[in-house]
Design a protein around this ligand. Structure first.
Ligand SMILES: NC(=O)c1ccc[n+]([C@@H]2O[C@H](COP(=O)([O-])OP(=O)(O)OC[C@H]3O[C@@H](n4cnc5c(N)ncnc54)[C@H](OP(=O)(O)O)[C@@H]3O)[C@@H](O)[C@H]2O)c1
Length: 315
């Protein structure tokens, strides 16, 4: 039965399970890590800044006494860092039950490239996710009932992924490139689910979006946009923005609700999907274009050099 108001109280006991949350040092990732830890999961936060990670781990231990909290360095904008993070996760964990692909960034006003030579937003938000997931997939496959949850955005609805210009060399506009990366997240999540199912794997791939949630997401924008996303503006923005502890529930539901299934997408129930508790949510026709998903997958394999162990079994 679909609940109309799914809350953190609906999270089943996660004792004995291991969850990896990327970008778990702040914002939605921190809230996901907190909720999972408070329900018994051993949580690894994968973060690019060691000091922020250590501080977040301390705060998580205080909020979830007794929970096993650890950190792993991860910069999704660097394939070497993604490979190192995956190697460390694989060395430490024989099984990973949940991978929450949360880390992401809005990107810079001007086009930038990563150490690998990729456009930075596409690399951080999509290629890093693609590579990390593929490199730890065997650990997910080893865990019964495991799930991969990838964070998308409402903005995917207006986006298009230009498969002939994935590096935005012809045209770069921050908002459009960010939105396209979030559409790519959805295309990845659905294609991964298709490949998992075709291979007969029990691991499921789902997606979620947080509506508009107050986080540090606008950190690189102007003072007004930073204020709009801040807790200080809560009284003014309540009609269109929600607290991150609620915004993250779509991702948490996708990760742990026994009624959720691979290929599903969860988001806020309220008007325009901006706020509210999570429900099953439709995504754009472009996100469901299987031919485009396959092309993006092939390009992502080519660019990252990561081949999923399911590849030969997929349709
Ligand atoms: N807030 C919203 O309304 C909203 C709406 C739609 C979608 N989302 C999605 O939700 C996810 C979380 O965003 P948020 O709102 O919680 O933003 P946030 O507060 O800015 O947190 C973003 C997290 O991602 C990490 N990150 C950024 N670039 C990274 C990189 N190269 N490698 C590793 N980690 C990196 C950040 O690390 P540092 O702290 O070290 O920078 C931080 O932990 C993102 O995928 C975003 O696209 C958010």
């Amino acid at each position: 039965m679909t609940r109309t108001r799914w809350t953190a109280d609906d999270v089943p006991d996660q004792t004995g399970r291991t969850a990896v949350v990327t970008g778990g040092n702040t914002g939605l990732g921190f809230e996901a890590a907190r909720i999972l830890a408070q329900h018994g999961a051993a949580v690894v936060i994968a973060c690019r800044n060691a000091a922020k990670a250590a501080s977040a781990a301390d705060r998580l231990r205080a909020l979830a006494p007794g929970a096993a909290i650890s950190t792993v360095p991860l910069d999704q904008a660097s394939l070497a860092s993604v490979r190192a993070a995956a190697a460390e996760l694989r060395a430490r964990h024989e099984r990973i039950d949940l991978l929450v692909n949360n880390a992401g960034a809005l990107g810079a006003a001007e086009r930038r490239v990563t150490v690998d030579g990729f456009e930075a937003t596409f690399a951080t938000n999509h290629l890093g996710v693609f590579a990390l997931t593929g490199l730890v997939l065997d650990r997910l496959l080893a865990a019964p009932g495991s799930r991969v949850v990838t964070l998308s955005s409402l903005t995917h609805r207006w986006a298009a992924v230009d498969l002939d210009d994935l590096q935005s060399e012809r045209r770069y506009r921050r908002d459009a490139v960010y939105s396209a990366s979030k559409l790519a997240n959805l295309m990845f999540a659905y294609e991964l689910q298709r490949r998992l199912a075709a291979a007969g794997a029990a691991t499921a791939s789902l997606a979620a979006h947080p509506g508009q949630s107050r986080t540090e997401f606008t950190r690189d924008l102007g003072a007004v946009q930073r204020l709009v996303y801040s807790d200080r503006a809560r009284a003014l923005t309540g009609w269109a923005m929600q607290d991150r502890a609620v915004g993250v529930l779509g991702a948490v539901r996708a990760a742990v609700d026994p009624g959720a299934a691979g290929g599903e997408h969860y988001g806020p129930s309220g008007p325009l999907g901006l706020t509210g508790h999570p429900v099953l949510t439709a995504t754009s026709a472009r996100s469901r274009d299987t031919a485009a998903q396959r092309r993006l997958w092939a390009a992502s394999e080519e660019l990252t050099g990561v081949r999923y162990p399911l590849g030969q079994l997929a349709a």
